[in-house]
Ligand binder design. Structure first.
Ligand code: URA
Length: 237
């Protein structure tokens, strides 16, 4: 089995992250630092270590849906010592990692798992799952802006795929629009950049749904394990 696939199957990282670990010389096979991304290993015989810790395929897979509050980072820790979503999962013993990211200031649905294969599948550009966001943005959108948003916007060095946009509300006093946005892509700060591109900066952002998964039964700052039905749905995407 290819080394990055094996690391993912042990729940240590997604396949892509596993490649980063290899490039950063964090992976050893039988005591030797792996130099080649394409290395094949025998999962029954070879001893694989990541960051000095022996890994194996025995760990139980866990699937967690978190209602992330604003003010938490999605990675484990950063140099500013900000709170991390991991701080909200103190009862989860397995080492889980997020499927995609939410910004520090974004709240809402975040999936975390140690199933690297599922993460790989869900974040692969080929079948990036639809994500639903509720955005509070400054000002009122014109028909032209709505049309541009829906058909694709030029952002930095790329053009966004067609997106779904619904205007849910406009507060005339505060001059704030509430939008429902559905996108399949997951580029860095994409929703914020899209709204900025039409001159309506995001003031608050929340992810409401990931495909058919919703925040049902999960209050802000809390988490729950996925139901059998939800898991089957994700595995069959
Ligand atoms: N788009 C953003 O701009 N931020 C997020 O956190 C998620 C999607």
């Amino acid at each position: 089995m290819r080394i990055n696939k094996y690391i993912a199957s042990c729940g240590v990282a997604s396949r892509r992250k596993a490649e980063e670990l290899i490039l950063n010389k964090k992976v050893k096979v039988n005591g030797k630092v792996v130099e080649e991304l394409s290395l094949q290993i025998d999962e029954n015989k070879d001893m694989v270590e990541v960051n000095g810790v022996k890994i194996s395929q025995d760990e139980k897979s866990v699937y967690i849906l978190l209602n992330k509050p604003e003010g938490y980072i999605t990675t484990v820790k950063d140099q500013f010592n900000r709170l991390s979503v991991v701080d909200l999962l103190s009862k989860v013993e397995e080492r889980v990692f997020p499927v995609g990211r939410l910004d520090y200031e974004t709240s809402g649905l975040l999936l975390l798992t140690n199933d690297g294969d599922l993460t790989y599948k869900l974040t692969h550009p080929k079948h990036e799952i639809e994500k639903t966001y509720i955005a509070k943005v400054r000002g009122k959108l014109t028909e032209r802006e709505i049309k541009d948003f829906r058909s694709g916007l030029h952002i930095e060095d790329y053009t966004t795929a067609p997106a779904k946009l619904k205007i849910l509300d406009y507060d005339n006093e505060k001059k704030i629009s509430t939008l429902e946005i559905k996108i399949h892509e997951g580029k860095n700060r994409q929703v914020r950049k899209m709204c900025k591109a039409i001159n309506h900066p995001v003031m608050r952002l929340k992810r409401e749904a990931l495909g058919e998964l919703t925040l049902k039964d999960c209050k802000i700052g809390e988490y729950r394990h996925l139901t059998e039905k939800e898991l089957n749905y994700l595995k069959n995407i």
